[in-house]
Design a protein around this ligand. Structure first.
Ligand SMILES: Cc1cc2nc3c(=O)[nH]c(=O)nc-3n(C[C@H](O)[C@H](O)[C@H](O)COP(=O)(O)O)c2cc1C
Length: 169
């Protein structure tokens, strides 16, 4: 039977959850990025993606200035990098150096792709919208890259210690 319950906890209970790495660049073309679960397609034609980025996120500031970003869909090869991209600010560490993830040039952007990713979307910033604790970042996908030999990593839930449980499909 459905029971009314805590809103925040119940929003987090909606699993499995997929997430992406979002990369952008600074004024010297140096890449950094973050992990993002709050993202969705919002138009097929033109192909638009929306990301909800926390107000303190360094990646948001990079996107606002560079007007571009890459969405990288992870597989198990990016699992170790979640800790670095998802829990540290790009102002404090060089996330690519720390994680040892490799970059390769994109087709239309200065922002590179993550070489190890399963899918990468090159996005040009369309607009940002202030939405409470986040800024909504809307980008148009101008190129897509897919390594069909790789799978996609999902979060299926949490274990008793509150750690995420991952599964590739
Ligand atoms: C699985 C996972 C999902 C996340 N989803 C989001 C999200 O949707 N939006 C967000 O702002 N931060 C999200 N985060 C947190 C950011 O990745 C984190 O704050 C990051 O350190 C920001 O880095 P930056 O300041 O260098 O941009 C998520 C973290 C993890 C581990």
């Amino acid at each position: 039977m459905l029971k009314q319950t805590d809103i925040q906890r119940t929003l987090s209970a909606f699993k499995p959850e997929n997430f992406v790495f979002v990369v952008s660049i600074d004024q010297n073309n140096k890449p950094s990025g973050m992990v993002v679960a709050w993202k969705t397609r919002i138009s097929g034609t033109p192909p638009l993606y929306a990301l909800a980025l926390g107000k303190s996120s360094n990646t948001y500031k990079l996107i606002k200035k560079s007007k571009e970003f890459v969405i990288a869909v992870p597989n198990k090869d990016l699992k170790a990098a979640i800790e670095i991209f998802g829990y540290h600010h790009g102002t404090e560490i060089d996330k690519f150096k720390e994680s040892k993830l490799k970059t390769i040039p994109s087709k239309y952007l200065r922002t590179p792709l993550i070489k190890e990713a399963t899918i990468c979307y090159e996005c040009k910033l369309v607009k940002t919208i202030n939405t409470g604790s986040c800024n909504l970042v809307i980008g148009e996908v101008v190129a897509a890259h897919h390594n069909k030999n790789k799978k996609i990593l999902l979060v299926t839930g949490k274990n008793k210690n509150g750690e995420r449980i991952f599964k590739e499909f």
